[in-house]
Ligand binder design. Structure first.
Ligand SMILES: O=P(O)(O)O[C@H]1[C@H](O)[C@@H](O)[C@H](OP(=O)(O)O)[C@@H](OP(=O)(O)O)[C@H]1O
Ligand SMILES: [Mg+2]
Ligand SMILES: [Mg+2]
Length: 400
């Protein structure tokens, strides 16, 4: 089953190339940026192109992984629906066809006959990509247990805006193309727990001379006692450590002494859409070590890379496809992603020991559409249980 992670990395690299092509190839870029000029052009058509980029990336992942592991495509779920309406109101099911020519023909229907753009997109969807050996070791997981969540482009807003000159603060970009990620997470269909994740950052570094972007990807596997990752766990100061990938025992803090308060100091990344109450509490605890950044995937990546200790979000506007991949990677590093409000509820009931992790197989009761897969209780992404505890202590008074 270690082949599965290689297939996912491969698919994410192809997806990243498509995402970059849409910004770099002139025939596609023109379609993408028109959305900015509100009122000037046919807004419907251009908004459709943005959706098409998202949908195509998702379909490429489904197609490529399904080809290698027949049957798995039935359990690949994504943010986007492949049912597509073009500017003429025709309903089209976007998919990757057997040949590049067939795919181009299908895409040209969505693009209202723009064959040049359709051919460029089809070429990226059918291109050959080579990835290096991942060195995962042998891991056996029955394929029929695997479900997959795909977020083909996370932080679509930053993708469309396409800002390339944003500057990082303590390694963290608050906005810009660096905040765009492609997220592929695998979970256990029966238990709902995350098993593997690939997080691809298609616009990680820009060459100052050529203006060309190159990407970066990260992966992790957490299955039973097996924990492997493309990164090593971080030491206290955030550096990459040489320790083995062992899981630290949960450590529960009690509030009170100066030493404990010192222990409770941590750094955090938040959404600008976070509530004033949570922002204020975290600002009090983190002081200058608080950051704001776009994209749920990118904020999780900041935790994975040790730029911050936690990503906290108390609202319900992240979804299973935003979290499954980084959750699996964090688990492989000894951390996780907790359901914030469920953890706080348990604490209010006197249960300080059990924290509730996000699960990926259960829809929200009585919800409709995308909301069925919302992370209703918010989340805390963490690498160390002591930081999760510190956040839960701090937020214990908020309404749940
Ligand atoms: O771009 P899509 O795939 O739709 O996913 C969104 C998440 O669902 C939102 O939670 C993110 O909002 P925040 O950046 O405010 O967390 C949002 O970030 P953004 O507003 O920066 O685009 C995205 O990550
Ligand atoms: Mg998303
Ligand atoms: Mg998305």
């Amino acid at each position: 089953m270690s082949d599965v992670i290689a297939a996912l990395v491969h698919a994410s690299e192809k997806a990243a190339k498509i995402a970059r092509a849409c910004r770099l190839e002139e025939s596609l870029f023109g379609l993408l940026i028109e959305e900015k000029k509100e009122g000037e052009k046919n807004k419907k058509f251009v908004t459709d192109f943005k959706t098409l980029a998202d949908v195509l990336v998702q379909e490429v992942i489904k197609h490529d992984v399904g080809k290698q592991f027949p049957g798995i495509e039935n359990n690949i779920f994504g943010e986007e629906s492949n049912e597509f309406m073009n500017g003429l109101g025709e309903k089209i099911h976007v998919k990757v066809c057997e040949t590049e020519q067939e795919t181009a023909k299908l895409l040209s229907k969505v693009l209202d006959g723009n064959m040049e753009a359709a051919e460029v997109l089809a070429r990226s969807a059918h291109q050959n990509i080579v990835i290096p050996d991942l060195d995962t070791g042998r891991i056996d997981i029955p394929q029929d247990r695997l479900g997959v969540w795909v977020d083909p482009i996370d932080s679509t807003f930053q993708y469309i805006k396409g800002i390339s000159d944003s500057k990082p603060n303590n390694n963290i970009y608050s906005h810009g193309l660096q905040c765009v990620t492609i997220l592929i997470g695998v979970y256990d269909l029966h238990s709902g727990t995350p098993i593997m994740g690939v997080l691809n950052q298609p616009f990680a570094v820009q060459d100052p001379e050529t203006q060309r972007w190159s990407g970066q990807y990260y992966w992790g596997i957490s299955y039973g006692t097996t924990k492997v990752c493309s990164l090593r766990p971080h030491s206290k100061n955030g550096d990459v450590s040489s320790e083995s990938n062992s899981v630290p025992a949960p450590h529960h803090l009690k509030k009170g002494s100066a030493a404990d308060l010192e222990e409770e100091r941590f750094s955090a990344v938040l959404s600008t859409g976070e509530t004033v109450c949570v922002k204020t509490l975290l600002k009090g605890a983190c002081g200058g070590n608080i950051h704001y950044a776009s994209g749920a995937g990118y904020k999780s990546l900041c935790v994975v890379l040790g730029f911050v200790d936690v990503y906290v979000f108390s609202e319900d506007t992240t979804f299973k496809w935003d979290c499954c991949s980084p959750h699996a990677i964090l688990k492989s590093l000894g951390g996780g992603m907790a359901d914030l409000k469920e953890c706080l509820r348990r604490r209010q009931d006197g249960n300080l020991e059990d924290c509730s992790e996000l699960v990926y197989n259960a829809p929200v009761q009585d919800a409709k559409g995308a909301d069925r897969w919302a992370n209703k209780g918010g989340l805390v992404a963490y690498r160390s249980h002591k930081h999760l505890d510190a956040v839960l202590n701090l937020l214990s008074g908020i309404s749940v």
